[in-house]
Design a protein around this ligand. Structure first.
Ligand SMILES: Cc1cc2nc3c(=O)[nH]c(=O)nc-3n(C[C@H](O)[C@H](O)[C@H](O)COP(=O)(O)OP(=O)(O)OC[C@H]3O[C@@H](n4cnc5c(N)ncnc54)[C@H](O)[C@@H]3O)c2cc1C
Length: 408
């Protein structure tokens, strides 16, 4: 990517690096391993992110997928950070993985999301697939060589995802399944070479999941346009007509697909919580730096109590979101521990914190926040909005939390 940075962009990058260095010196409750991840990502992002962010964000009209960046991050191990080394992962803890996500999203949330989408779609195969399925599909996907998508949502099955209309019909001649149906809002669904597709087998009431190769006539996909934020990571709609899949490509057991989806979403929700922390911390750092240099009525606006209170609230919420998210990730690292409640609490709180912090950061920046050429706040505002929608809306997180704490 050609680096043509304006003076303003150079200043933004410089401020980002300074804020990161300051945080690196702050002795808060971070495990030394997490600190190592932060430093690794900072070096990576400084080299590979900053000069590409604006290009991929503004590319409306000729939207395309950032294959080079996706593969670069895949080879770096960012997609499979917490996956076992025998399948090409780095074998890190989930705590380290969510720290990775947090830091990637601090620099560019859409680039962090690219890695998270790969991880989301690979997880059902890794956790529930047969050894044959893993051997066939994991080597192609964990390093980013092939793009994989998690295809659950349908035009009439979003929050109510168990209400799948996509059906698989057995072909008696071959024993294969022929899948027909529509999927929408699928991250990387427009370019995916492999899809993890949830559907109902004809005549059976429960959801199953298959690994589908998309280079077939019946698979049609398009990129959804006019997306508000997270633009580097594309989102697609998929239409399937008799897409052939061998029965060996069933993930796990028949009729257990929805359980696999929910289990995958528990893990992914901790990741989305980490995306929220990255965005919220960035908004906080930008707001503090701006408040110190912007002067009105003869003094920096940071001297006004109205501004100080906003920053105090932002920083408190960011730390609270970290506590919830790190707790959920640590539970995830304990074999056999159920962490659905904690994942939902972390996702709900962190994503609402991102929304709160970016909104306050924009208020603190005034006009310089609303106009994208002056600060990253306008992009942060657009990027964060989807965090409260995908992988279960805030309303659905509240339902999950209430179900756990009140009982059903
Ligand atoms: C950018 C983007 C990327 C996405 N990526 C993927 C992906 O990779 N794979 C995938 O499968 N899906 C993906 N999704 C889909 C996403 O998970 C759904 O959009 C989300 O679950 C909500 O579903 P819906 O949009 O159909 O809204 P609906 O389910 O129609 O909900 C509409 C509103 O009603 C509320 N609501 C619904 N039911 C209840 C209830 N019982 N109680 C209270 N309120 C309720 C919702 O919270 C929401 O506010 C993505 C979505 C977006 C926008």
């Amino acid at each position: 990517m050609e680096a043509t940075l304006t003076q303003e962009q150079k200043e933004i990058i410089q401020r980002t690096i300074e804020a990161q260095e300051k945080r690196a010196r702050t002795p808060w409750n971070v495990h030394p391993k997490q600190q190592a991840v932060r430093e690794e990502v900072r070096a990576f992002a400084t080299e590979h992110f900053h000069h590409q962010s604006e290009y991929w964000d503004r590319l409306e009209g000729e939207r395309k997928f950032p294959y080079d960046l996706y593969r670069l991050m895949g080879r770096e191990g960012f997609i499979a950070y917490a996956m076992p080394p025998e399948w090409g992962g780095l074998g890190k803890s989930h705590l380290e993985y969510i720290t990775l996500t947090e830091e990637l999203c601090y620099h560019d949330a859409a680039f962090g999301l690219l890695c998270n989408v790969g991880e989301l779609a690979i997880t059902p195969v890794l956790k529930f697939g047969s050894e044959e399925l893993k051997a066939k599909y994991l080597p192609q996907t964990v390093k980013g060589d092939k793009v994989i998508a998690f295809c659950l949502t349908e035009p009439d099955a979003g929050s109510d995802a168990a209400n799948q209309g996509t059906t698989a019909v057995e072909d008696p001649a071959t024993g294969d399944y022929l899948i027909t149906g529509e999927k929408i809002f699928i991250m990387h669904g427009d370019v995916a070479e492999i899809g993890v597709v949830f559907c109902k087998i004809e005549g059976k009431p429960k959801v199953s999941a298959f690994v589908v190769e998309t280079n077939q006539e019946g698979w049609k996909a398009r990129t959804l346009g006019h997306k508000m934020g997270m633009r580097a990571a594309t989102t697609g709609a998929v239409s399937m007509t008799n897409v052939r899949v061998p029965k060996e490509n069933l993930i796990g057991e028949y009729g257990r697909g929805f359980r696999y989806a929910l289990s995958t979403l528990d893990s992914a929700r901790v990741g989305v919580a980490a995306q929220g922390i990255g965005v919220a911390q960035r908004a906080l750092d930008e707001a503090i730096a701006f408040a110190k240099r912007r002067r009105t009525f003869g003094q920096p606006i940071a001297k006004f109590q109205a501004i100080q209170w906003k920053i105090a609230d932002m920083s408190t919420r960011v730390e609270a979101a970290r506590c919830l998210t790190y707790k959920a990730a640590q539970m995830q690292d304990e074999p056999g521990v159920v962490y659905s409640l904690e994942a939902a609490q972390a996702k709900l709180y962190s994503t609402e914190t991102a929304n709160f912090c970016v909104n306050e950061a924009m208020q603190i920046h005034g006009g310089y926040g609303y106009i994208g050429e002056f600060s990253p706040i306008e992009k942060l505002y657009r990027d964060q909005r989807v965090l409260e929608i995908y992988e279960g809306t805030s309303e659905i997180q509240r339902l999950v939390i209430a179900g756990h704490v009140i009982g059903r």
